[in-house]
Ligand binder design. Structure first.
Ligand SMILES: C[S@@+](CC[C@H](N)C(=O)[O-])C[C@H]1O[C@@H](n2cnc3c(N)ncnc32)[C@H](O)[C@@H]1O
Length: 385
């Protein structure tokens, strides 16, 4: 496909997303309907679509409307691309810009446009991040680093970096976590690599890895909200005895295969059996959240979050912490984590927990901002006084 044809495809996919489809589904559907497109084409279209979603407001301002075409015009204008060459009307390229489109477009001036956030989230970012709010919002407009977790039980980080280089993947140590490397080149080759197939590396954000590295010492650990099991696998690789639970067990369906690949043992526990298997020395609650710390990876989510949805998540976070208390040994640890940047999902939840449970104390809290090394995260360690 020509660069222009890829832009035309991205416009079509964006229109489907603007009409209410999930980004991943819209991209998959486009690929199924256009089997002539190769993997490089699909990757380029995906990059256009995700770049556009990260910068939807500023791109719409620069493109003069909130349509797939206007957003792509605005995005490419923002990126300094040659619009006349891409919108040539030749072959499958989009039609040339009309006069209004050539003249249209105002530079983003409002904070919500500059920060590429829904208006109601601007004050929430300001309250949560103070002077760092602008940097955080702007960081969410660029692509996230591709980070890998080295299975350090089986291979050192240096050895993995050398072995990756032999497979054409250039990676560097990530300063955020001793188990993390960041891929500088060759990210698309990771899943097919021998190291990945043999369970010596996993795709995992570096801050997510560090949350596991920071966990208090303890014999039996429960990943209470395990999801796909990224943190459970990291705990097992750190030599911990790990059980994984999720209220929706389907979320853990890939975990047995991932654990086998990593040569790790993880017990999967369903909700009905939890009480019988408790107590645990460490219970990690990696709670459902806005995901605001990882909106670089899932940019559509920032436009779908509403104040009502955030309120619902906050109630869920409180409930999960209250449910998990009963699973912790008397001298054990309850660890809270989110990939959120918002105080209302982080420090405020810990303060509310301590208000409800005056026999508990918080011994440690850490916030990870969105940086070139990792996603935004928060964690807190709770124990009985
Ligand atoms: C942020 S995700 C977990 C991500 C995962 N820990 C990882 O590192 O890949 C939150 C998970 O919590 C689960 N969940 C929601 N409500 C829950 C509840 N009441 N008890 C346990 N798990 C719950 C969701 O199904 C979801 O998979």
């Amino acid at each position: 496909m020509t660069p222009g044809a890829r832009v035309a495809a991205a416009i079509d996919v964006l229109d489907v997303i603007l009409a209410g489809a999930a980004a991943e589904q819209a991209l998959t559907r486009w690929a199924r309907g256009n089997r002539f497109a190769g993997s490089k084409d699909r990757a380029a279209i995906r990059d256009h679509v995700f770049d556009a979603l990260r910068c939807k407001r500023s791109a719409a301002a620069l493109g003069g409307a909130e349509t797939g075409r206007a957003i792509m015009i605005g995005l490419l204008r923002q990126q300094g691309a040659d619009l006349a060459a891409l919108f040539s009307g030749q072959g499958h390229a989009p039609a040339p810009l009309d006069e209004a489109e050539r003249e249209h477009g105002t530079p983003p001036l409002e904070k919500a446009d500059l920060w590429n956030l829904p208006e109601w989230l601007v004050p929430a970012f300001e309250i949560s991040l103070g002077p760092d709010a602008s940097d955080a919002a702007r960081s969410l407009q660029s692509r996230a680093p591709v980070s890998l977790r080295v299975n350090t039980r089986r291979m050192t980080r240096d050895a993995v970096i050398t072995a990756l280089a032999n497979e054409g993947i250039h990676a560097d140590p990530n300063p955020l976590s001793k188990t993390a490397v960041t891929v500088a080149d060759g990210a698309r080759r990771v899943r097919a690599s021998r190291l990945f197939q043999d369970g010596l590396i996993e795709l995992q954000d570096a801050a997510s890895q560090e949350i596991v590295a920071l966990l208090p010492e303890g014999g039996r650990c429960l990943d209470y909200c395990a999801g796909g099991g990224g943190k459970a696998l990291a705990m097992a690789a750190a030599g911990r005895q790990v059980a994984a639970h999720d209220i929706d067990p389907r979320r853990m369906q890939d975990l047995p295969a991932r654990a086998r690949r990593a040569q790790a043992t993880i017990d999967q526990i369903d909700t009905a059996s939890l009480e019988a298997t408790a107590p645990f020395d460490v219970v990690l609650c990696d709670a459902p959240c806005s995901g605001s710390g990882s909106w670089r990876r899932a940019p559509q989510a920032k436009w779908l979050l509403t104040p009502e949805r955030l309120e619902h998540l906050i109630r869920l976070q409180d409930d999960i912490l209250d449910q998990a208390i009963g699973l912790v040994t008397p001298k054990g640890w309850l660890v809270y984590a989110t990939c959120s940047l918002l105080t209302s999902e982080n420090e405020d939840r810990i303060a509310a927990f301590l208000d409800r449970h005056d026999d508990w104390i918080c011994t440690f809290q850490r916030r990870f901002n969105v940086t070139d090394n990792g996603d935004g995260f928060f964690t807190a360690h709770l124990t009985r006084a």
